[in-house]
Ligand binder design. Structure first.
Ligand code: AMP
Length: 276
């Protein structure tokens, strides 16, 4: 595995390579990231991962400075998972005095876009920059960040990018808790509490899929259940994933999305209503 620090090194390394697969990450790699790298390794000739804590996708009062950065461990994990290259740029390599920002409208307006203004501009901008640096044929993203998948899909479609997107189902702890770099901030008790999020989402998905109750009633009951377990609920909704629009009836690919706060840690998760 080779570590690349600059755009020039990337251009030189990737110029003649066909069929590059790419896994963008912010590091603090866990089994979810490892799964994306493994998939990329299995399906592409060259597997490139990036580790870049992107400042533009964090709000002023968010956790950019305390975001975990265990680089040595990350490089070990990426190597074990099969990455040929890991691109680890400094902020100055990616941003200078930029005057261009990518703004994906529509899919980014609600949910995370509403709770984290500017977040998806930062995501879309950095993803486009990274795609231009790595020039992948395929790129791998986790469905855990469902709205991010919709934003990146819109980016690729509207800007006619020649990148095939692959979305990978969420990897979870045995308790059901979706793996996330931010789980490092949870105490043992909070971890137990956080596992109730997945349990509640599964329950709601089953209720909605079998049409036991109206979607509205199920979501109201789900919200109460989350609150009963000490979570503050930012949103809990049934959406159509391509548009991220709220819907009121189960469809073949609808998903229930949630964002909750456990103490100061904000957790996202979502489940399909197709096979709950
Ligand atoms: P991050 O480092 O949080 O920006 O995540 C990098 C990529 O890994 C994104 O495409 C995420 O959606 C994906 N990812 C994060 N957590 C998981 C998980 N538990 N299972 C699968 N993919 C994940």
């Amino acid at each position: 595995m080779k570590v690349l620090r600059t755009i020039a090194e990337c251009r030189e390394s990737f110029e003649k390579r066909l069929n590059i697969g790419f896994v963008p990450t912010m590091g603090a790699l866990h089994a979810g990231h490892v799964e994306l790298i493994r998939r990329c390794r299995a399906e592409c000739e060259t597997c490139v991962a990036s580790i870049f804590v992107n400042p533009t996708q964090f709000g002023p009062n968010e956790d950019f400075s305390r975001y975990p950065r265990p680089l040595d461990l990350d490089l070990e994990r990426a190597t074990e998972a099969g990455a040929d290259y890991v691109f680890v740029p400094d902020v100055d390599e990616v941003y200078s005095n930029d005057v261009v920002t990518v703004n994906v409208t529509g899919v980014s307006d609600q949910w995370e876009g509403a709770f984290r203004p500017g977040h998806f501009d930062g995501v879309a901008t950095v993803v486009l920059k990274l795609f231009n640096i790595v020039v992948p044929k395929r790129a791998y993203f986790g469905l855990k960040d469902l709205q991010q998948c919709a934003v990146v899909s819109s980016l690729v479609r509207d800007l006619k990018l020649d990148v095939e997107l692959q979305f990978v189902e969420t990897i979870r702890e045995a308790s059901g808790l979706a793996l996330s770099s931010r789980n490092n901030f949870l105490s043992e008790d909070q971890r137990t509490q956080a596992a109730e999020l997945y349990r509640t989402l599964r329950w709601a998905a089953q209720q909605i899929a079998t049409r036991q109750e109206s979607v509205e009633v199920v979501l109201a009951m789900g919200r109460k259940e989350l609150e009963r377990h000490g979570m503050a609920v930012d949103y809990l909704a049934l959406v159509e994933p391509a548009t991220m629009k709220q819907i009121t009836a189960h469809s073949g690919n609808s998903r229930i999305i949630a964002a909750v706060r456990v103490g100061s840690v904000r957790l996202l998760d979502n489940v399909s209503t197709a096979n709950p």
